[in-house]
Write a protein that binds this ligand. Sequence first.
Ligand code: NOJ
Length: 518
Amino acid sequence: MECSSWVGIALAGLSVLCVAQCSLSDVPELTNYTFPDDFMLGVSTAAFQIEGGWNEGGKGESMWDTYIHKHPEYTLDRSNGDVAADSYHKWREDIRMIQDLGVSYYRMSISWPRLLPNGTDNNISKDGANYYRRIFKELKRLNITVLVTLFHWDMPTPLMDLGGWANPKIVDYFEDYARVAFDLFGDVVNIWTTLNEPHQHCYNGYGNNYFVPALQSHGVGEYLCTHYMLLAHARVYHLYDREYRPKQKGKIGITLDAFWAEPHDSSKPEDHEAAERYLQMHFGIYAHPIYSKTGDYPAIVRERVDNISLHQGFARSRLPYFTLEEIDQLHGSSDFFGLNHYTTFLMAPSSFEETWRVPSLDHDTGVRLTQNPNWPKPGADWFTVYPPGFRKLLNWIKRNYGSDIPVIITENGSCDFGGLKDYERVSYYNKYLYQMLLAMYQDGCNVQGYFAWTLMDDFEWTDGYVSKFGLYHVDFNDPNRTRTPKLSAINYREIVRTRQINFDFIKPPGRPLHDNRI
Ligand code: NOJ
């Protein structure tokens, strides 16, 4: 590793000058913008992926515990979340790592079954409550603001047995759980998100079998999941707004996810149309009811699912309707736009692909996804690196939902298969953050925060411990689960310290400086 502080200082000077004096169109290509003083820089984790302690302190089972204990072959390496990174015992060390990175924000989730072992509020685990309360208090003492997600995919098994998010009653149970969390922790937690990535959860878990509960209720259960997750989110937003915000003075929102959709052939109007349709069917379906001017599902989603359902012989649309009151409840039900973004796919229209089932969201969307073979693929198969996609996505959000709503990037990060010298991850962060800054400074996108995914290597769902996203390496063969910073941790710490990106701070051996900055 070599540090080139001269270049950093020169660029720092340049950016200060430009922010003060240049009009946006004058800004030179290499300007290294600084993160505004009040910009939130943080790091993210999720309970099931790091905690372990799967049956300790009276914790109930989550559907991931139950499913992979029954089907050990489900994960790539036949692993499970029983111990994971053992954060249940090592949380103090984790907080030290957060401190070492120098970030002032930390996003984590509460395990619903750790707090409510049966999923219901008649039985609150004392140990579970103490575990989270100690973490939140310690973070507060250290001036680290915590952003807490209520649901990051670990549904209590007894509620999954009742249908999980496909059962309308879940809206009540989620509200009950949220009330317990606000009561217990609202004095030490000021930023909440209700749900993490409902799209990935419903599409992969209810429509397909890539995630637990692996229901494969394509085209039916996957839309029930969408519908009731949205309603549960709105219910909890209003609960907080009405009963807790006045005294706790916090904020509450939701985290949505999106790939960027790039036309496969940019000269073909039909590929542009397919890309737009994909974004509406997979992202707008969640964002439009909350953030658009009109509310409700996007018209194109409503029309397509209604019409296709009819042709398929269904008596009613597979996508439920909101009542006027529900449309109203959802509309504006988020104080910020939480966004997770990782990668880009190429889009072209298609009426049928061999991998699609009928009915399904894939088939209703009618878009074929492919990858650009020229884009780097440092890890999992779904993951290619195309930094400009991030800027384009932020602009799409601005075009569709305006720039009043603050966007907080609740996750972004790179995948590989391990190693401390993670140059590709360093490069990913530098380039994606750079594109985000361009979106902010050159395009006027209202981004107010960024959380790197993730603090440390963890249980990457179906991939088990094979795919890595951590800034810190975790030795999963060591009972101590020893943590070691990777180069990307050192690089991120420097970004946080200087509040700008220095592309030359960590240089991959044998590669030219600024190999490319797109
Ligand atoms: C988004 C999910 O929220 C997180 O749990 C997962 O590990 C990352 N994507 C990487 O796949």
